[in-house]
Write a protein that binds this ligand. Structure first.
Ligand code: HEM
Length: 348
């Protein structure tokens, strides 16, 4: 035992004091409130998605003739396959919800303001990347909604002026859904996009570590409230959130396991095409303003969200409405909720 310690000691001369210095980063006290520490939750859920996704990839076959049967095999035959698939599906829902909640807390606490504009834009890229991973994932099952959802998605891309038709052809591997399409979705879902998302997360968290989290002051803690230790206090809190989520995901996977709809039929359009809840807003918008108008206006909204820290800065410098962002944010939350409930409530 001593010789092993000696061997490592000669190569990695790290003392207990060095380790304490590395792990005892002070964290502002407001991070004790769980909604301020929500950034760790999507990171934890992403780790679950990678582990369960890799297990599913052992069985998945990305071709129109085999995809559906391979998912059915995982669901019905592979030991605990139903559990892994269900946790992966619920994990996707939870991860998107956690990102949106984290983004809302960053927005409403103004934590995107100088010098954190770059991290806000990286965050927006992560949101878009995660939604695209979810979209390509749902298309892999090759059930009716996967097929028609992918077809609708490709047609939306087609509506983008100038580059739309090229994007559609690249996505589908041809002018319409064909035998190469699933392989493309699989490579995007399981490799290209996760690599991009992982890099973005690493940069995002590195910037958080470099800049530190923004210090917020509260009326009850006018001096900013002091700090506490990253290890073990903050790490314990993150672990508690992580374990509670795992219990919740397992319970949901057991009570509401992932099912399978009817096999894709390229000749029969289903009566109702409903995407997953996180695309309800975009879907309702597409129904309200058809064609290029809907696509361009959605692009404009996403672009505005990307640039928000700079737009907000302009409003604060040039007008008297220094907290306009709060009202604009509240209006956006109401609008998004109305569109979501509307889409959820109607059959078509
Ligand atoms: C995969 C998705 C994401 C992960 C894993 C993640 C992770 C984190 C973590 C761990 C923090 C440290 C503070 C905290 O826990 O709240 C943080 C802070 C931050 N995040 Fe994210 N984040 C994600 C998505 C986003 C999105 C979508 C946005 C906004 C568009 C965003 C913007 C920010 C900003 C500006 C900060 C600094 C906040 C401050 O200093 O108070 N993040 N993120």
């Amino acid at each position: 035992m001593m010789s092993v310690r000696h061997w490592f000691g000669e190569r990695l001369d790290v003392s207990g004091e060095d380790l304490r210095w590395l792990t005892n980063e002070p964290v502002p006290n407001h991070m004790k409130r769980w909604w301020f520490a929500l950034g760790g939750t999507p990171a934890y859920l992403y780790a679950i998605q990678i582990v369960t996704g890799l297990l599913l990839a052992f069985y998945y076959e990305p071709s129109p003739s085999r995809a559906y049967q391979s998912v059915a095999y995982v669901t019905d035959e592979v030991p605990f396959g139903w559990y892994v698939r269900s946790v992966h599906k619920w994990g996707a829902t939870f991860m998107i919800a956690a990102i949106v909640l984290h983004q809302m807390r960053v927005f409403f606490s103004g934590a995107y303001r100088k010098p954190r504009e770059i991290n806000w834009m990286i965050g927006m890229s992560m949101l878009v990347c995660t939604l695209t991973i979810a979209f390509t994932g749902y298309s892999l099952v090759y059930e009716q909604l996967s097929y028609w959802g992918a077809t609708v998605g490709a047609n939306i891309a087609d509506g983008v002026p100038l580059i739309g038709s090229t994007v559609k052809r690249m996505l589908l591997g041809g002018d319409s859904y064909n035998s190469h399409t699933l392989a493309r979705f699989f490579v995007l879902h399981g490799a290209v996009l996760p690599i991009i998302l992982t890099l973005l997360i690493v940069v995002h968290i590195a910037i958080v570590r470099l800049q530190g989290v923004s210090e917020l002051s509260f009326e009850e803690e006018p001096d900013g409230g002091g700090t506490f230790n990253l290890f073990p206090d903050h790490v314990y809190m993150e672990l508690t959130i992580g374990l509670s989520l795992m219990v919740l995901l397992s319970a949901l996977a057991t009570v509401f396991p992932a099912t399978m709809g009817p096999l894709a039929d390229p000749l029969t359009t289903p009566e109702v095409i409903k995407p997953e809840w996180f695309f309800y807003v975009a879907f309702r918008w597409l129904k309200l303003f058809s064609g290029t108008v809907a696509i361009l206006s959605m692009g404009f909204v996403v672009f505005t969200m990307f640039c928000w820290p700079f737009i907000d800065d302009l409003i604060r410098r040039k007008t008297r409405f220094s907290e306009a962002s709060v009202w604009i944010g509240l209006l956006a939350v109401v609008l998004i909720s109305v569109l979501m409930i509307w889409e959820a409530a109607v059959a078509h």
